[in-house]
Design a protein around this ligand. Structure first.
Ligand code: HEC
Length: 122
């Protein structure tokens, strides 16, 4: 084996490496595309409530304080599971009532506790 890399060997490593990583890049792009299409909800599943919720979320910049499924700011609690935590799966009416009164009583004013603003425009 040669003591040092020849010009030809260097060129081969460059072209071979470039081709190898190009194949990986294309494969990952295809995989991402397929994954996104299989996990995103179809437009037909967007009920009026879902669309309204998205508008409320965006208009009030809830993401500036909260995370939704891990994305957003870490100032306030995660909201992706809040319906379940409030018992919405077991008793939706009760959960809705608890939510409404909780929201109406914000900001709580409890010292040392982060405050949720009153977003009456919701
Ligand atoms: C300025 C920051 C801020 C913004 C903006 C904000 N929140 Fe909050 N939110 C908080 C804080 C802080 C808490 C926790 C309050 C507490 O526990 O006393 C909270 C709590 C909540 C809770 C209860 C969570 C739980 O686990 O009990 C819900 C639901 C909620 N927010 C919904 C929203 C929605 C919907 C929006 C947008 C319309 C929004 N928040 C915008 C700061 C914010």
């Amino acid at each position: 084996m040669a003591e040092r890399l020849t010009k030809a060997a260097t060129r081969n490593i460059f072209y071979g490496g470039s081709a190898f990583f190009l194949v990986i890049f294309v494969g990952l792009t295809v995989q991402t595309h397929l994954y996104m299409n299989s996990t995103s909800a179809p437009v037909s599943a967007m009920t009026e409530g879902v669309v309204r919720g998205k508008h409320v979320w965006e208009r009030n910049s809830c993401i500036n304080c909260h995370t939704l499924l891990g994305e957003g700011a870490y100032f306030a609690p995660e909201l992706g599971n809040v319906w379940k935590r409030y018992g919405g799966h077991d008793d939706p009416e009760k959960a809705r009532a608890v939510f409404a009164s909780w929201m109406a009583s914000q900001p709580s004013g409890v010292p040392g506790r982060r405050q949720m603003p009153q977003l009456s425009a919701c």
